[in-house]
Write a protein that binds this ligand. Structure first.
Ligand SMILES: Cc1cc2nc3c(=O)[nH]c(=O)nc-3n(C[C@H](O)[C@H](O)[C@H](O)COP(=O)(O)OP(=O)(O)OC[C@H]3O[C@@H](n4cnc5c(N)ncnc54)[C@H](O)[C@@H]3O)c2cc1C
Length: 486
């Protein structure tokens, strides 16, 4: 199976080199700090301290910033005390879990409250529930629940942090079957701007709970613990199939037949089946359409669905279906469990009405106009269990039965390529504007989105703003795309 986020022909990302990390660690900070307090379970790391550089790596090197102070907390009480100290001293603050934010909202030149050492994951098999500390990553949750015969519904990258992921929604290969990560949230422990430790669930602090299911990270407080519903599941079937079409009018028309079949089927397919479409330029210059996915149902159902609805043209890479354990599937879609640092950029669109022929051709032309390995369109079908939840029942609004998300995605190895890559992804995205309703995914945050709040939250924005005002009237928890005050 192939990793969801690999682009054909891309250069392999490299880990942050020790030299780069040392250079960042040595960079003088412009933010003056008051004397540091003594807080139990809080470790204060200043530039030059042993371990300061160890905590620097983040996923997107485009956002590298060395904080004046990183506070590594190991208890909720420590988080509470640190929040009060940061607030009383009026310091700029960011919250860091897995560090995978596309635009670096977990980075700050001031203070970072870092939860990565709060990584406890405890499975309660009898109650079909997992309790997760606020700094755990998805890989740790997957391993813990899989050991007990369960699955957790979340995204494909194991080093993504639970906090940023679940607060923004959290879509993955089990989303159509079991819902988003946030749909499975039973309760959340959160430290507010006054340092008060709150528990939010369907009954207590229910407005805050509503906002934490899709409102995004870094707006309402520091999430230090989560309880999620988990699902009995030991085995799945992964599948893949691929087509290549020449870059000619006829080739692109045939590609559109396949894409059209996918978009009219995948978001409304039986909820056992999640079929992700990847469109990209192959290194031989042809247009590549690959469908990779997973089913929790039978092989017969999967074959019948694919043959009836998707395989409208003979594939170039034949259909491959493999039964494997849930954990083996996670590993194969992940590619790696190592923490990867790379340069990347993404933009997104939610599609609610199938793309027209003109829109599909615009997408193909845009991707074919740039070198192979530079930009891919990763299309995730929603619908299924995600559409069982009403759009206003949680802050995450994209609940339509025929919805899918296009993620325009690029990653590269060298800083020198950044401007070119940003321009290329922008070109592909801009060309699609006339065809798109302007709805984007907060977990694929994009700093270029001027109208980000309406794009991410649509009709839920007014209520989100009210919750923000009730929870954090001084806008203490903020970043460039946090929920605005009314
Ligand atoms: C390689 C890769 C694969 C991905 N795959 C998927 C996928 O399959 N499905 C999907 O839905 N998304 C996916 N994402 C997007 C991912 O869900 C978001 O980037 C998410 O916000 C990352 O969370 P984090 O904790 O790792 O990031 P961080 O950078 O640590 O934080 C992200 C945001 O949350 C805030 N935050 C961090 N910790 C806390 C906390 N404890 N309390 C409150 N706020 C906090 C930060 O301030 C920031 O705004 C992927 C991202 C990458 C880079």
């Amino acid at each position: 199976m192939e990793s969801v986020y690999r682009i054909l022909g891309e250069r392999k990302p490299r880990k942050l080199k020790a030299r780069q990390a040392r250079k960042l660690a040595a960079a003088p900070s412009a933010i003056p700090l008051p004397p540091l307090p003594a807080i139990a379970d809080a470790r204060f790391l200043l530039p030059g301290n042993a371990d300061y550089a160890t905590y620097l790596p983040l996923h997107n090197k485009r956002n590298d910033v060395a904080p004046a102070l990183r506070i590594v907390c190991t208890s909720t009480q420590a988080v509470s005390d640190c929040v009060k100290w940061v607030r009383d001293n009026n310091l700029p603050l960011a919250l860091r879990c897995g560090g995978h934010c596309y635009e670096g909202f977990s980075q700050s030149a001031g203070v970072v409250i870092d939860l990565r050492r709060m990584g406890l994951v405890t499975v309660d098999a009898a109650r079909k529930m997992v309790t997760v500390s606020g700094g755990a990553n998805l890989g740790k949750i997957y391993r813990a629940v899989a050991d007990k015969g369960f699955a957790f519904a979340g995204g494909s990258c194991p080093t993504v942090g639970v906090a940023g992921h679940a607060l923004g929604g959290g879509q993955g290969l089990l989303g159509r079957r079991f819902g988003l990560a946030c749909d499975n949230l039973l309760s959340i422990k959160i430290v507010d701007a006054n340092g008060v430790i709150k528990v939010a669930d369907a009954v207590n602090n229910s407005d805050l709970f509503w906002a934490c299911k899709g409102g995004g990270g870094g707006s309402f407080g520091v999430a230090t613990g989560f309880k999620f519903r988990i699902h009995e599941l030991t085995h799945v079937r992964t599948f893949r199939i691929g087509w290549k079409f020449p870059n000619t009018g006829a080739g692109r028309t045939r590609a559109a037949q396949v894409f059209d079949a996918w978009q009219k089927w995948a978001p409304s397919a039986p909820r056992n089946i999640t079929a992700i479409m990847k469109v990209q330029k192959a290194s031989d210059g042809q247009l590549s359409l690959r469908v990779i996915g997973q089913s929790t149902g039978s092989r017969a159902e999967l074959e019948s669905e694919l043959n009836t609805h998707l395989i409208v043209r003979p594939p170039t890479s034949a259909l491959e279906i493999v039964r494997k354990t849930f954990m083996a599937a996670i590993e194969s879609f992940a590619g790696s469990f190592d923490y990867e640092s790379t340069y990347m950029k993404a933009k997104s669109d939610f599609v609610t009405t199938p793309l027209t022929a003109a829109a599909m051709q615009t997408l193909f032309t845009g991707l074919l106009a740039i070198p192979a390995g530079h930009v891919a369109a990763l299309c995730d079908p929603y619908g299924g269990a995600i559409s069982d939840v009403a759009p206003s029942a949680s802050a995450f609004p994209r609940r339509g039965a025929n919805t899918y998300c296009i993620q325009y995605y690029s990653r590269w190895a060298n800083a020198a390529d950044t401007q070119t890559r940003l321009q290329r992804i922008t070109n592909v995205y801009d060309a699609m504007r006339p065809f798109m309703p302007g709805k984007a995914y907060v977990n694929y945050c994009d700093i270029d989105q001027a109208n980000f709040a309406a794009s991410y939250w649509g009709g839920n924005l007014p209520r989100l703003k009210q919750v923000k005002a009730a929870q954090d009237a001084a806008n203490f928890f903020r970043h460039a795309q946090s929920v605005p005050l009314p």
